[in-house]
Design a binder for this molecule. Sequence first.
Ligand code: ADP
Length: 163
Amino acid sequence: MIEKTLVLIKPDGVQRGLIGRILARFEDVGLKIIGMKMVWIDKEFAKQHYTEDITIRRGEKVRNLLLDFIVEGPVVALCIEGINAIENVRKMVGSTEPKAALPGTIRGDFSHVSFAYADTKSQAIKNLIHASADAKDAAVEVKLWFTAKELHTYKSVHDIHVL
Ligand code: ADP
């Protein structure tokens, strides 16, 4: 029931100065940040993160745009732990397309671009966050981005008051 999930604050979130406000969202609900680092990845690493699975689901063109976008600047990688963390984080992040993402979600509150607009500019949709989709992806992605030593076990106030 207690899960770990991978979250990335993508280059648009870092460059817009939203790191702190995004982190606060996760801290506010009592999810625990157990790993955190800023990394500027290269294309080879990006391909390990955005695998052929993206090609199958979204097509080759979208994958290539995404690979260009994710290496444009540093990202903040987070490993977040909590009850049903994968589902809870996805709920807080909101829909892939910012235009459709509801107010109250991170994408809905901080972005509004549409797929159609991103298409006219031939760019990946800038939606601030990546969050693991399911348990299988979370296991692979946490392992890809963090070594065991980079993940920490500690008690937070939520362990006493929320859990
Ligand atoms: P999510 O990040 O919400 O799990 P996906 O895994 O399907 O969504 O897609 C990965 C990323 O690819 C999205 O977050 C978005 O940045 C980008 N993307 C997806 N579909 C499109 C599209 N049609 N046009 C531009 N960018 C897209």
